[in-house]
Design a protein around this ligand. Structure first.
Ligand SMILES: [Zn+2]
Length: 232
């Protein structure tokens, strides 16, 4: 028959104190695993929270709850988990202040998604940002076509910042309203402006043709360009 408030079981659940070294080892492994998985999830996966905040929440979250009601989980190993994780966290933030490379790898940099009314295609592909998700972000800021946007950046927080052209600077651009964006041009007309669906490049030198290749990205899907102003 077990007794309640038995010191050995309450603190260590009968395990020797050297078990705390194993707890340290487990903490290091799980900390690294959580960090790597969150890095792989990409920054859209951890929007609003920094990767570290999430690592702390994940690793400490279950550690905090278990000893509350599992009689076979000792208090001391749990307290050590907290101490070890906080030391690892402090160590990581210390390394970030010391090394630019580590900072860049862990926290990333802001990435240009739109430059001068066109997609920055080389950078766009690398980020796990879905196009329709990005378009939705722009529409929420009253953007109807890419020609209204001077710059858009994916911040390290996962949020998108957008800088607009002044009204007099707005140029013809790729529409992002679904009914226009999905309306592919099948027959080109001289004098009309067309926007590349893939890179938002604008083409105006068309002859009456059925096929037209984008001189910027090489793709051949076009929609009618639009030059309306942004009304916010
Ligand atoms: Zn293109």
């Amino acid at each position: 028959m077990k007794e309640i408030f038995e010191t050995d079981r309450l603190l260590m659940n009968g395990l020797p104190y050297v078990f705390l070294f194993e707890v340290l080892f487990r903490c290091i492994v799980m900390y690294i695993v959580a960090l790597l998985v969150l890095k792989m999830a990409g920054r859209r996966g951890v929007q609003q929270l920094s990767v570290f905040e999430l690592v702390i929440i994940l690793t400490l979250g279950s550690a905090a709850g278990d000893p509350l009601f599992y009689e076979n989980v000792g208090l001391l190993p749990t307290i050590c988990v907290f101490i070890f994780i906080m030391i690892l966290y402090r160590l990581t933030t210390f390394l970030i202040t010391k090394s630019k490379r580590i900072e860049k790898w862990l926290e990333g940099e802001a990435i240009y998604l739109i430059e001068e009314g066109e997609f920055a295609i080389d950078k766009f592909k690398k980020e796990s940002l879905a196009q329709n998700e990005f378009f939705a972000e722009l529409r929420l800021r009253n953007v109807t076509h890419i020609g209204q946007v001077k710059l858009a950046l994916l911040e390290t927080s996962g949020q998108v910042s957008v800088f607009f052209y002044r009204d007099e600077e707005v140029q013809p651009g790729l529409p992002i309203l679904p009914h226009q964006f999905n309306n592919l041009v099948l027959q080109f007309k001289v004098g009309e402006l067309y926007a590349c669906k893939f890179c938002a490049n604008i083409c105006n030198s068309v002859s009456e043709t059925k096929q037209l290749e984008c001189d910027r990205c090489g793709k051949d899907e076009w929609v009618m360009a639009t030059d309306e102003l942004r009304i916010a």
